[in-house]
Design a protein around this ligand. Structure first.
Ligand code: FPP
Length: 266
């Protein structure tokens, strides 16, 4: 095993999990990461710096998405969420939107067998409306095909926007209340979370945003209430394994208190 990787594994999952057989999930420890989320940003700037069309940045960005997914699976982190296309991204030039939709279709044709071989479950979080029927069909087939996989759940946020997600959740809860199926006083944070697109997925422990932007851009607003953030000027097409290890190493030094005081009751 790569020595940096071995070092990180030890730090992330604790000594007791050292030498886990491949594919086994680590036991949760206070230092462990269950869910890593990434805003893949900076593709356009990466391409512009090289005098290339923006689409070349997306093609290179896809290579990093594959590299980082592989590394995350090797580390035994059970959930990875990648922000691939936001509800606001429809406002980009039609040519770029068309290129991205074709890229997503190509990923589904080219990568699903590899995901299956590596025991990776694919899930799309986002609105299913406005997507081309061919893409939607491929997404649903890939989700169904990989549904039994357990090493890593890879969530692709595609046509995702968190405010829209929150409004949709509120609407479905209001409908339940109107039908008398849910009493307003029985609505809890846990019930609310079950109505989000991320139902059943633990909140992210760490959110990485490359490209130097210091904002959350309508991504997982509810879910990131206690998430640690890592910002780096590195553009996504340059965000390789070494950059991931840097981010994870930084995370191991964070003191997560979830609103409590240090040394207080658990
Ligand atoms: C943001 O960079 C990037 C996107 C909107 C597209 C992200 C998609 C990929 C990396 C392809 C990977 C796909 C899958 C399915 C994993 P930007 O275009 O906003 O860059 P800029 O801020 O420099 O203009």
């Amino acid at each position: 095993m790569h020595s940096t990787l071995g070092f990180l594994l030890k730090r992330l999952v604790g000594k007791k999990n050292k030498g886990l057989p491949e594919g086994r999930k680590p036991e949760p420890t206070t230092a462990s990461i269950q869910h890593l989320a990434i805003i893949m940003d900076g593709n356009g700037r990466w391409a512009k710096k090289r005098g290339l069309p923006r689409t070349a940045g997306h093609t290179e960005g896809l290579k990093r998405a594959r590299e980082i997914t592989e590394a995350v699976a090797e580390l035994g982190i059970p959930y990875l969420t990648l922000f691939a296309f936001s509800t606001e991204n429809w406002n980009r030039p039609a040519e770029e939107v068309g290129f991205l939709m074709d890229l997503f279709k190509r990923v589904l044709y080219d990568d699903v067998m590899d995901l299956q071989k590596n025991n990776v479950r694919l899930k799309f979080i986002g609105f299913r409306r406005n997507l081309q029927p061919e893409l939607l069909k491929l997404m649903e087939e890939a989700e169904e095909f990989t549904a039994g996989n357990t090493t890593l759940q890879l969530n692709i946020a595609l046509n995702y926007g968190s405010r829209g997600e929150l409004v949709a959740a509120a609407r479905s809860i209001a409908e339940l209340a109107q039908k008398g199926k849910l009493a307003p006083e029985d609505l809890t944070e846990a019930t609310f979370a079950e109505h989000l697109l991320t139902a059943g997925i633990p909140d992210p422990d760490l959110l990485i945003r490359p490209s130097g932007e210091l904002r959350i851009s309508n991504f997982l607003l509810w879910q990131c209430a206690y998430t640690e953030f890592y910002f780096t000027p590195v553009l996504w097409p340059d965000f390789d394994r070494a950059e991931l290890f840097k981010a994870l190493h930084d995370y191991t030094r964070r003191d997560r208190r979830f609103g409590r005081v240090k040394g207080g009751p658990a």
